[in-house]
Design a protein around this ligand. Structure first.
Ligand code: SF4
Length: 195
């Protein structure tokens, strides 16, 4: 009885040939062996041992996905687009591409800056001081501008305060901000992002 021959799988053969040719060419420049040094072979990428933490770009409501690379010691090494993101598929616009520089930057201000009325310079102030001052000014302005009844209708609002939220707010933070502002009677409320 004659043995049946298996048909040739040309696709697999082609892939194997390509892999062999690739490995061969990677070791050579033309007909000569590649001159990469032992040190070059030992080198690894800056993020080789980093943990990739999925996150979201902080700039706008598009909500592009990012990967934040963190060293074993907890240091941020780089931020790039997340190819798994259904929103952006790994792409970031110029602002999102600059996220690393926004975070790791010697020129970045990390303290509260205050410029007094008629002042011509910024002063460093403690965060607690700034929070107290904001709270006092909100209370004072609300008390001066609160309207209970207008044209015979109860309105219970103030037009003396407006709220403008930033893009780094998540939906839960926006919810809390909305609750606080509505409770104060603020009606001018806007937010750049609603992720
Ligand atoms: S990468 Fe650009 S488009 Fe995407 S969320 Fe950030 S700022 Fe918006």
């Amino acid at each position: 009885m004659m043995a049946t021959r298996k048909p040739l799988d040309l696709t697999t053969l082609l892939e194997k040939a390509r892999a062999r040719a690739g490995a061969f060419l990677a070791e050579r420049v033309g007909a000569m062996p590649n001159v990469a040094s032992a040190r070059t072979h030992r080198l690894a990428g800056r993020i080789a041992h980093a943990k990739a933490v999925p996150s979201v770009c902080a700039y706008c409501a598009v909500g592009c996905g990012t990967l934040a690379y963190v060293s074993p010691g907890g240091k941020l090494l780089d931020v790039e687009g997340n190819p798994e993101s259904p929103v952006s598929g790994g792409h970031l616009c110029p602002k999102g591409s600059a996220l690393f520089g926004l975070t790791v930057n010697e020129a970045r201000w990390t303290t509260v800056k205050y410029r007094a009325p008629y002042g011509d310079r910024w002063e460093d102030r403690p965060l607690d001081w700034a929070m107290d001052r904001i709270a006092h000014l909100v209370k004072e302005t609300r008390e001066k501008t609160f309207v209970k009844v207008k044209n015979g209708k109860r309105v219970n609002h103030t037009l003396g305060i407006a709220s403008l939220g930033g893009a780094t707010f998540a939906i839960e933070e926006n919810y809390l901000l909305g609750k606080l502002m509505h409770a104060l009677g603020v009606v001018s409320i806007e937010n750049q992002a609603r992720i």
